[in-house]
Design a protein around this ligand. Structure first.
Ligand SMILES: [Mn+2]
Length: 359
């Protein structure tokens, strides 16, 4: 699998007119090498594949990355920059690409100072990201596992929620369930009840859950590096007519967006399908964020589904669809699925019910 990715990556390097690339982004490193630790750098040319890390990770890198030469950098004898300089010399590298979105200015300065004058640093966009845009069958299988665990977590948390517990209680129970399934939490769990629901990214608080309140939970299981992302808004007790009406509007906005999803669709048109529907019903101004985002080895990656993105969706893209309305003083509703784009449409990777769950 790594061999196939590297073969494609070499083609990208030659298309971009560079001799080698320095990869620093953790998700790109994982994609191209299998390495799951921190503080590593990949140096990739057609004839060299090196992973540079420090002594904490040397053994792990050796286990995870059989395709790579593992180099341990160790100040003051062999600094990271000396190691890169030497790799450039050995490979007779003249044009070294770096990830302009991910490399710090300080790192760029230090790298430039340490390289021989014959080496030119070339800033590039989306080197590995261009390969990650459409997921392989193996990646989709891992995402299905992450999503199945997330479905399981939702059904378990629904049995736990009752009036009198706090938002923090729900978040800690969700985390416990996620970890118990052999997963990590994809991101810090959001739990927002009652009027806190108007904060799209509320931090779980000590607020006590009360009868008649909506509870929005945004969470996901991360399995083998792949991030599921789900939001459900549930109700304690029975809905008022206004609560029911607003929930149905958000759910219908989600359906409208999904009906526009297919390989070849333009990202901003998907956002518009949901946004136009909510605007038509008077709630457009309360939908204050983009409709969704790509998801995979990063929780947020290409393609973004927002008002301006011209990206063309492809079969194999994984995206979230997550319309919401947020009314200060009243609360909020968000419903989110992680979905796979297919030639003819889309497929949700979740099976959890979308209809309002009254607990
Ligand atoms: Mn999301």
């Amino acid at each position: 699998m790594i061999k196939e990715r590297l073969a494609k990556f070499h083609t990208i390097l030659s298309q971009r007119g560079v001799d080698a690339a320095l990869i620093v982004d953790p998700a790109n490193i994982r994609y191209l090498s299998g390495y799951s630790g921190d503080d590593a750098y990949l140096f990739i040319s057609p004839t060299q594949q090196a992973l540079i890390t420090d002594s904490r990770y040397t053994e792990q890198a050796g286990r995870e990355c059989p395709e790579y030469q593992i180099i341990t950098h160790n100040l003051p004898h062999n600094s990271l920059f000396q190691a890169i300089r030497q790799l450039c010399q050995e490979g007779q590298i003249h044009r070294l690409a770096f990830e302009r979105q991910h490399l710090s200015y300080l790192f760029f300065e230090q790298l430039g100072q340490s390289l021989a004058s014959s080496v030119e640093l070339i800033p590039v966009n989306e080197l590995a990201e261009s390969l990650r845009y459409c997921k392989s069958a193996a990646e989709i299988a891992l995402m299905r596992q992450a999503c199945a665990a997330t479905d399981q977590a939702f059904s378990q948390i629904c049995r736990y929620i009752r009036p009198g517990i706090s938002e923090k209680d729900i978040a800690s129970e969700l985390l416990y369930i996620i970890l118990g399934q052999g997963c990590e939490s994809s991101f810090p769990i959001i739990v927002a009840s009652g009027s806190n629901g108007s904060l799209p990214h509320a931090i779980p608080s000590d607020k006590i859950i009360a009868e008649g309140e909506f509870i929005t939970m945004d969470f996901g299981c991360c399995y083998a590096g792949y991030h599921a992302d789900m939001t459900r808004t549930v109700l304690i007790g029975q809905p008022t007519p206004l609560q029911q009406e607003r929930y149905q509007l958000v759910l219908e906005a989600k359906h409208q967006a999904e009906a526009a999803l297919h390989s070849g669709a333009i990202a901003k048109n998907i956002d518009a399908a949901a946004r136009d529907f909510l605007t038509k019903h008077g709630y457009g101004e309360y939908f204050c964020h983009g409709l969704g985002h790509g998801v995979g080895l990063d929780i947020h990656e290409a393609p973004s589904l927002n008002r301006v993105s011209e990206r063309v969706l492809s079969s194999g893209c994984l995206v979230t669809v997550e319309p919401g309305i947020y009314l200060p003083g009243w609360g909020g509703i968000r419903i989110e699925d992680t979905v796979l784009i297919t030639d003819s449409g889309y497929q949700s990777l979740f099976t959890s019910p979308l209809e309002l769950q009254c607990l």
